[in-house]
Structures are given as structure tokens and as C-alpha cells.
Write a protein of this length. Structure first.
Length: 292
């Protein structure tokens, strides 16, 4: 189930962390949040790579299947939201040398906060937010078969055109279940299916909350019902938000093209990539403890 999304506040920093991503990128989105349950970890000063303030915007156009993709809304949103998000959340980053200078590839990351907004189909029903997602080229996804196939087809077109796709493989299940204390939730197989179909590499990214808090969902249940959110999300009580977060970018993992992989192979790839991101998180936490 490929959750294909807009380049969020967190992943958006990657393109400004020292290596400029191709402006063709089509990226990521998500949900979570708050309650005064603070968890604090310290980032060693040597890892606090400051994110440049300049936002690159060489062009507003890209092409997918012969059609021009208007990137104007994406770059405008990026320019407006960047300074706001820097006030809300302190973000540090490492591993920018691992970012390819151009696509195609699939970028995947764990996700715990609504600062990584998920492009779930139900979010497109929310006034203003839904229109915003459309303007920044989010691809809606749900658990319905027809939506999965439509998102998969669009994602494959994006990659075959030399662009970049960003996916949060966990989806929203762990939010609905309130599992905020685990490094990652179960990865869905969509990103593996997309990567194998196009024969592209996968770039793993670990989003590591250094200070976070849990609070109530931003919209009351009756609103979520009107907007036709999935029942589990209508009943969800809490979400997670970051105060400080560290981004660790791993090395590309290469996959050969395979249009019709078995479910067993997709599951193995999911497990491998989830273990990779889990290991990146553990290594960073261990480094903090040693440094202390």
C-alpha cells in the first residue's frame, strides 16, 4: 500500500542539508501529535548540522508521462512553511552525502508526527488541507483496492519519468493504535512493490524524535465522521508532535526490476528496510549515551 506523499516539513529539510534534490521530486505527507509526556535526548554538537535557510527553486515544471507537472504550488508551500516549521521544531540532520543528486529513487522514512503529514485519502476531505495537498501534488491513498492501484500506477509513472517518490510505509495504523513508544510500526509493502516495478533504489531515512509530546487529536470526533475518516482514525484519541528531531539519512539500497514479485519477497524487503531504519535509530541513541 504505497502512501505517496508531499515532501513534508521533516523530509523537506533533506533537500537543504547540503545536497540539492532534483526539483522534479514528488514527495511526502502524514499525521500525529501531543500530551505533556516529554522525552528528551541530547544531540552531540558535532552532529548539529545547521540547515541552510535558502530554498532552491530552479524551475516549477516537471514531466510525467508526457504531461507537465506544475510544481509551483509545491515550491511556494515549501518557501512559506520552512520558516514557520523552524520555529515550531528544531531539526538537525546527518548523512546528506548519501542523497543522490538526481532520481529516480524511492525515499522511505518512519513517521510519528503530524509534522510529517500523511497523504491519506481521508485527509483530502479536510477543508483547506485537502486543497493544499492537491496543489503540492500529493497522491491520495487508502486501503481500498482501487485507490491502491491508482496510487501505484501514478507512482510508477513518476519514477519512470526520472522523478523521486517519498513514502511513509507505516501508514496511519500505529496512530490509531496509539503506539508512539516504538521506533517504527509495521511497514506496508507498497514502497517495495513500487521500487521493484520501476527497478529503482530505496533511500532509508530515520526520523528520530529527541523531544516529543503527546496530546489530543486536533479535530473532534464529529468532524472526523463528517470528513469520512476511517473508523479507527475517528476513534483515535491522541497524536504525537516533535519539539526537537534528528534526521539520519542512510545509504541507498539497490533493487533489480521485478514487475510481479511474490508477496513473500515484498515482505522480506519490508522487513529488511524496517530493520535498517530501526538500526539507524538505535545507533544514534547509543551514540548519544556514549557521548554522555
Amino acid at each position: 500500500m504505497p502512501e505517496v506523499c508531499w515532501e513534508s516539513s521533516i523530509l523537506g529539510k533533506i533537500s537543504r542539508g547540503g545536497v540539492k534534490l532534483k526539483e522534479k521530486e514528488v514527495s511526502m505527507a502524514k499525521t500525529e501529535g501531543r500530551k505533556k509526556k516529554n522525552v528528551k535526548l541530547r544531540v552531540p554538537k558535532k552532529q548539529e548540522n545547521q540547515i541552510p535557510s535558502k530554498v532552491e527553486n530552479p524551475t516549477n515544471k516537471s514531466k510525467i508521462s508526457g504531461e507537465e507537472l506544475d510544481m509551483k504550488g509545491y515550491f511556494e508551500a515549501k518557501k512559506i512553511l520552512t520558516p514557520i516549521l523552524r520555529i515550531i521544531t528544531k531539526i538537525t540532520i546527518e548523512g546528506t552525502e548519501n542523497i543522490p543528486k538526481e532520481g529516480p529513487y524511492v525515499l522511505i522514512a518512519n513517521h510519528k508526527s503530524d509534522l510529517d503529514p500523511l497523504a491519506a485519502k481521508y485527509m483530502f476531505n479536510v477543508p483547506i488541507i485537502g486543497e493544499f495537498f492537491r496543489r503540492v501534488n500529493c497522491i491520495p491513498i487508502s486501503k481500498e483496492k482501487e485507490d491502491i492501484e491508482a496510487a501505484f500506477k501514478k507512482s510508477e509513472e513518476v519514477l519512470n519519468s526520472g522523478n523521486i517518490i517519498g513514502i511513509f510505509p507505516e501508514g496511519w495504523d500505529y496512530i490509531a493504535d496509539g503506539r508512539f513508544n516504538k521506533p517504527t510500526g509495521k511497514f506496508h509493502t507498497g514502497f517495495a512493490r513500487v521500487a521493484l516495478a520501476a527497478g529503482v533504489s530505496v533511500l532509508p531515512v530515520a526520523v528520530i524524535p529527541l523531544e516529543s509530546f503527546v496530546d489530543k487529536m486536533p479535530f473532534p470526533k464529529w468532524m472526523r465522521e463528517i470528513w469520512k475518516w476511517p473508523e479507527k482514525m475517528q476513534l483515535a484519541l491522541n497524536r504525537l508532535a516533535y519539539k526537537r528531531v534528528h534526521i539520519k539519512i542512510g545509504k541507498l539500497v539497490h533493487f533489480n526490476k521485478e514487475p510481479k514479485p511474490s508477496y513473500e519477497k515484498l515482505t522480506l524487503i519490508c522487513t529488511k528496510m524496517q530493520n535498517t531504519i530501526d538500526k539507524m535509530i538505535r545507533e544514534h541513541e547509543a551514540h548519544i549515551l556514549i557521548d554522555d
